[in-house]
Design a protein. Structure first.
Length: 104
């Protein structure tokens, strides 16, 4: 099995404690549906900065700001995509970027 970095982009912020609990429950159900394939459930992330080749730092989040990440085990690219298609961030208007993570 290969490891895949799931990078989350976008998604809407919750408006109330009840909405937050509902969304967190959806994430918990999604992670639970993948069982041991969830290597690291990850975390949300703040706005990123980019270090440019000249050493300057741009603090604008980049071209497509990440909002979180997870590390998931999958058989191949198709399996990783199938797992990502059930991610709750999609229903909130966000997206999931997939990248295989290689051992060194």
């Amino acid at each position: 099995m290969a490891k895949y970095l799931f990078i989350y982009h976008g998604g809407k912020k919750t408006e109330s404690e009840e909405d937050y609990a509902r969304v967190m429950n959806l994430w918990g159900e999604w992670f639970g549906s993948m069982g041991s394939a969830v290597i690291d459930g990850g975390n949300p992330v703040g706005l990123s900065s980019t270090v440019q080749p000249d050493g300057s730092v741009v603090a604008n989040g980049g071209a497509n700001p990440a909002s979180g990440y997870s590390l998931i085990e999958a058989a191949d690219d198709e399996d990783a995509a199938a797992k990502a298609k059930a991610c709750p961030i999609l229903a909130a208007g966000g997206s999931v970027e997939l990248a295989e993570a290689f051992d060194m």
